[in-house]
Design a protein around this ligand. Structure first.
Ligand SMILES: *[C@@H]1O[C@H](CO)[C@@H](O)[C@H](O)[C@H]1NC(C)=O
Ligand SMILES: *[C@@H]1O[C@H](CO)[C@@H](O)[C@H](O)[C@H]1NC(C)=O
Length: 201
């Protein structure tokens, strides 16, 4: 009996180690990978840009950023652009801190994309899946400017939809929001993190 129990224990331990006792779905794996990446991203945000001040009025760009071209441009769902039938998502693959990404979008008379429905969120995630980006996360147009104010859309529209990931959003302080392009879930990240980004215009 004792030997049997011992064998059972060893068997269970081995099964757990090799991972086959815990069936994992594809999405679980992606979520886990994405979780890992959040840690990596938070630790390795690029200090070249320094601690950026969020200045809504300052829209200055360096030459490289001024010339930057989107990787793909795709028609956004009409409901995302009530008065502009032709508006599109423009995905930029060069990673930039949130403030710089915001200026690049504004410089083209757009804004970092706001999302107002589940179908639009899925639509944008599908666009992002088709792009060839280095990162799992992409800046969207949602920010919490400081600890005293709630999250809001940078284009001034009301934040009437959100798709927060597990344990999100982060509270207190200043946070910028990125979408996981595999799951469509949103996460709060340090605004100085350099990520690809998506503008609507
Ligand atoms: C993507 O990653 C590769 C390898 O790390 C790097 O060489 C390349 O410049 C990156 N591309 C962009 C657009 O950041
Ligand atoms: C971009 O956002 C600003 C507010 O920050 C707003 O005044 C402007 O109309 C927006 N542009 C578009 C194209 O949504």
């Amino acid at each position: 009996m004792f030997t049997f129990l011992l064998l059972l224990l060893v068997g269970t331990a081995l099964a757990q180690e090799s991972g086959d006792s815990v069936p994992e779905t594809f999405i679980d794996k992606l979520d886990k990978a994405a979780g890992d990446e959040v840690d990596v991203i938070d630790k390795t945000f690029d200090k070249d840009y320094g601690e950026e001040k969020w200045d809504e009025e300052d829209l200055s760009l360096n030459e490289e950023d001024e010339r930057m071209e989107p990787e793909i441009s795709e028609k956004a769902e009409d409901s995302e652009c009530p008065n502009k039938g032709t508006c599109r998502y423009h995905v930029f693959r060069q990673p930039r801190p949130f403030g710089c990404a915001h200026r690049i979008c504004r410089c083209r008379r757009g804004n970092l994309s706001s999302i107002h429905s589940c179908s639009a969120n899925t639509g944008l995630a599908n666009v992002l899946k088709r792009t060839c980006l280095n990162a799992s996360f992409v800046w969207i147009g949602v920010i919490k400017r400081n600890r005293c104010v709630p999250y809001c859309n940078v284009d001034g529209s009301s934040l009437n939809y959100a798709n927060w990931g597990c344990g999100q959003p982060k509270r207190g302080g200043t946070w910028c929001v990125a979408m996981n392009r595999y799951t469509g879930k949103w996460v709060s990240l340090n605004c100085n993190t350099r990520l690809p980004f998506v503008c609507t215009f």
